[in-house]
Write a protein that binds this ligand. Structure first.
Ligand code: MRU
Length: 346
């Protein structure tokens, strides 16, 4: 089932599928230093919260291999600078900061070892983060597929599939698990302007897995819900606050509002690494503002008048009250989320 390899550690290099070239070209880029990995995250060669976390961990491991000092304090200072550089790339997906914190903690835990051995431990930790994410996705899939019935049409927004994770996916992982269990699921992928992850990535990935998929523009979902052509919505997450508010790709909020209006269940699928207990509510989640060109242009074509004002927030926050359930590797939780989420960490 894991037929898409988004990211891989091979011969002390990091290999990434260049998602900017999909769906028309499968190009793999090789990175030999952490700066290359940082640029790849920033420029969206790799994207999706869990995949960004894995890339940051592998970038840190690459960086650690190149630190030529013998004393731990000096090593840790340089490692922290590498983590800071990787952390500057994308502000919303908490998996990035979660992975960097884990890498720093791993270095501290092994501080008594010679530096080359600490670098080796960091490589092992990055691979562990990768493997754990893959396992979590399969568990999310198993937990979530019970919510889907044979014959359902499910709408998803953005891409929360194998491409956005170490593999398999969160929201799409639930769909893959349902189809593996013999259920026929028709997926509606909205295109997800401005970067079109739904049209370009989700449709490609689902087709590759042999799952029936229909692409719609973002403007069509309300009408389809009104006509009862959508049975459920399922999306991923970039950061979940302690109260259950969910930051995800811009446009997720309107999916949730429309689903609520039409009585369609709205599910969020995400690993615990996406839950940020330090953030009380969605109001405190930093939202990335991206290049206006993503709005003014479709591909190379300039579609807006010159000098018009542009806003381009990459994420929005869906309030917890609009979320039917959050599907995690530890189980499916419903509101009130303060209680149910905190229990997941016990
Ligand atoms: O800007 P992107 O493409 O990194 O945004 C990705 C999303 O919003 C995904 O839906 C989210 O990260 C969930 S990924 C499993």
């Amino acid at each position: 089932m894991d037929i898409i390899k988004t990211i891989e550690w091979k011969d002390n290099k990091v290999i990434m599928l260049d998602q900017r070239r999909l769906p028309h070209e499968e190009l793999y880029n090789t990175y030999e230093d952490y700066l290359g990995v940082a640029k790849a995250i920033k420029n969206m060669v790799i994207r999706g919260a869990p995949a960004i976390g894995v890339a940051a961990a592998m970038g840190t491991a690459l960086g650690a291999m190149g630190i030529g000092v013998e004393n731990f304090d000096e090593f840790f200072q340089k490692l922290s600078a590498i983590c800071d550089r990787l952390g500057e790339t994308r502000p919303t997906a908490v998996n990035l900061f979660w992975a960097l914190a884990r890498m720093k903690a791993c270095a501290q835990l092994n501080k008594e070892l010679p530096i080359p051995e600490i670098a080796e431990k960091l490589k092992e930790e990055a691979l562990k983060i990768y493997t754990e994410d893959l396992e979590s996705n399969h568990m999310i899939g198993r937990n979530g597929e019970k919510l889907l019935q044979d014959g359902m049409t499910v709408l998803t927004h953005c891409n929360a599939g194998a491409l956005a994770t170490a593999g398999f996916g969160t929201a799409l992982g639930v769909i893959y698990s349902a189809t593996n269990a013999g259920k026929r699921i028709h997926v509606i992928a909205d295109e997800t302007r401005p970067r079109l992850q739904g049209a370009m990535l989700t449709a490609w990935e689902l087709q590759k897995h042999g799952i029936e998929v229909t692409v719609i523009s973002d403007t069509m979902m309300g009408s389809l819900m009104k006509q009862r052509e959508i049975d459920a919505c399922i999306v991923g997450a970039d950061r979940i606050a302690a109260n259950g508010d969910v930051a995800n790709k811009i446009g997720t909020y309107q999916v949730a509002v429309l689903a609520n209006r039409h009585g369609v269940p709205f599910y969020v699928a995400a690993p615990l690494s996406t839950i940020d207990l330090d953030i009380k509510s969605g109001n405190d989640i930093p939202i990335e503002e991206r290049d206006p060109k993503e709005v003014t242009h479709i591909g190379p074509i300039h579609i807006t008048p010159d000098y018009v004002k542009i806003q381009n927030p990459a994420f929005d926050v869906t309030p917890a009250e609009l979320i039917t359930a959050i599907i995690t590797e530890k189980g499916v939780v419903e509101g009130p989320y303060e209680n149910s989420i905190s229990k997941l960490f016990n």
